[in-house]
Design a protein. Structure first.
Lengths: 93, 424
């Protein structure tokens, strides 16, 4: 949690500057582990580039990248919302 | 001993809060804010950690009756003989080490006006904001003949722990050919797909170990979560071992005869060799103490802050809430708690909380290597948490078996991830 807050502080003004994740972002860590010791087949998000994360969200949304649940979830976010989440996770070390 | 120390410090701190409060509101505002969380499950423990992690200056106390938490998700695997109960159990040491004061006690009252939580030992905790995360309680007046004493013989196993093991032991002792009967209540209840996952994993056990036995589901509903997926899988996997009786076919159980272990419906009687009664439920008791429960038995909340619509400065998260489209799941509880925590931090700092968006994802296992899921994305619309149109839904029907295997793997990854975030 602490490194999430630090990461968020590096970002642009607004909610993120106050140490808060953008809308929807805090839900992701229910499935996408932040801790290295967790054994899971679900890919990690943090530390990957914002461009990669945002383009994957878009690919899930269109179905270009096949998925189990991510297509259903990506459809709930606009491109701008997905971009904000991507930037936030990219900044988490 | 260390625990006693924590309690004593709490007590002194709360005495301090009383004297400050008597001096006047401005002095109170300048002191480090205090948050009390009642309930250390997926919702409460998440909220406590998220607040402390966001603003370490906030004093956070977590009030919890049990020293060990036993998780409900995946506990159906224990009932099916596929997992040991200790894999479901978590302690509070890591949460305590993160700077949260864990108070192992039962809350006995909430003075909403004075902002104090009374504990069973006569001490109390002052707060600026209270978060109530009590989970569910069984409505012992909800099904005639089903009492707490009867549950020791006909388990509900809807709160994981000893009840889970009791049902497991009864299945192990079942003679091949004996009938297992499960009753399912009307909505809403904790974990909407849970009864059907449990029935599936019991059928899996019967098919492999007691092949002449079967499980009968008596349902107070005509439809249920992930229904087409479950029914598709049952047809393939358990055609001889599982039968579902819908409301319109006389499935609604109206009373229980504990002496003969019989489920009574409007149209017939079903005697069980093993009985699993999933009874009607309501918000956990602490919600009522805080005045947060309405006539439905659940807690109406503001969808941005999760503040109670009935009690000021009291927030409710998890299964106890009326959360619009969001189901009563561990994933929802965790997601709600993080949104609530951010809102509480904002409110304590005098800022307006941002409009949130939340996700839910629930996996069910129909067999150990056969997973299905439901997902949703939610946001506040006209004061209600509402499904974002076009998003969410269930796994596809007639998907290749490899996809079911993949979802079973993701289910396990989800359990490991969420329990590490909350308790690790």
């Amino acid at each position: 949690m602490r490194f999430l807050v630090l990461a968020a502080m590096l970002l642009a003004p607004g909610a993120a500057a106050r140490g808060e994740p953008p809308p929807g972002a805090s839900s992701c860590s229910g499935c996408h582990a932040l801790r290295p010791e967790v054994v899971t087949a679900v890919p990690r998000l943090h530390g990957r580039s914002a461009a990669e994360l945002a383009s994957q969200m878009q690919a899930f949304k269109t179905g270009q990248r096949p998925s189990t649940v991510m297509g259903r979830i990506a459809k709930g976010f606009s491109e701008a919302e997905a971009q904000a989440i991507a930037e936030w996770y990219a900044a988490v070390k | 001993m260390a625990r006693l120390g924590f309690n004593r410090r709490h007590f002194l701190a709360s005495l301090g809060a009383v004297s400050v409060a008597h001096i006047g509101a401005p002095a109170r505002a300048q002191a480090a804010p205090r948050v009390v969380v009642i309930g250390g499950g997926f919702a409460g423990a998440t909220a406590a950690r998220a607040i402390k992690g966001t603003d370490p200056r906030i004093g956070v106390s977590l009030v919890e009756s049990n020293r060990t938490f036993t998780a409900c998700p995946f506990s159906n695997l224990v009932i099916g003989g596929l997992r040991a109960l200790p894999a479901q159990q978590f302690g509070y040491d890591k949460i305590s080490a993160s700077g949260i004061d864990i108070v192992f006690a039962t809350a006995t009252g909430v003075d909403v006006a004075a902002r104090r939580v009374a504990l069973e030992d006569g001490t109390s905790l002052g707060y600026d904001r209270l978060i109530v995360a009590p989970g569910i309680d069984i409505r012992w007046d909800g099904l005639p003949g089903y009492t707490e004493a009867v549950a020791a013989k006909m388990p509900h196993a809807w709160k994981a722990g000893e009840q889970t093991l009791l049902l497991r032991r009864q299945l192990e002792a079942l003679e091949d050919g004996g009938v297992v009967v499960m009753s399912v209540p009307a909505n809403p209840f904790r974990c909407p797909p849970g009864p059907y996952e449990r029935a599936s994993l019991i059928a899996h056990y019967l098919k492999t170990r007691k092949p002449k036995s079967k499980i009968l589901i008596l349902d107070a509903k005509d439809s249920f979560s992930k229904q087409r997926l479950f029914q598709e899988a049952w047809k393939q996997l358990y055609p001889d071992h599982l039968e579902w009786v819908a409301l319109s076919n006389g499935g609604r159980v109206t009373s229980i005869d504990a002496r003969t272990q019989t489920f009574i419906t409007e149209f017939g009687e079903y005697k069980a060799a093993v009985a699993n009664v999933i009874p009607p439920q309501k918000a956990g008791g602490a919600a009522a103490l805080a005045g947060a429960v309405d006539q439905t038995g659940w807690c109406p909340i503001d969808p941005v802050t999760f503040e109670s619509k009935r009690s000021p400065n009291v927030h409710v998260v998890g299964d106890a809430t009326i959360a619009g489209g969001m189901p009563k799941s561990a994933f929802s509880a965790n997601a709600q708690a993080k949104v609530c925590a951010a809102a509480v931090v904002d409110l304590l700092a005098g800022r307006a909380p941002a409009q949130p968006k939340l996700i839910n994802t629930c996996y069910s296992l129909v067999a150990p290597d056969y997973g299905i899921s439901i997902a949703g994305v939610y946001g506040p619309v006209n004061g209600v948490l509402t499904d974002v149109p076009g998003a969410g839904g269930v796994s596809p029907i007639e998907a290749p078996r490899a996809e079911r295997e993949q979802e079973a793997l993701f289910a396990e990854g989800w359990f490991n991830t969420i329990t590490a975030e909350v308790f690790g």
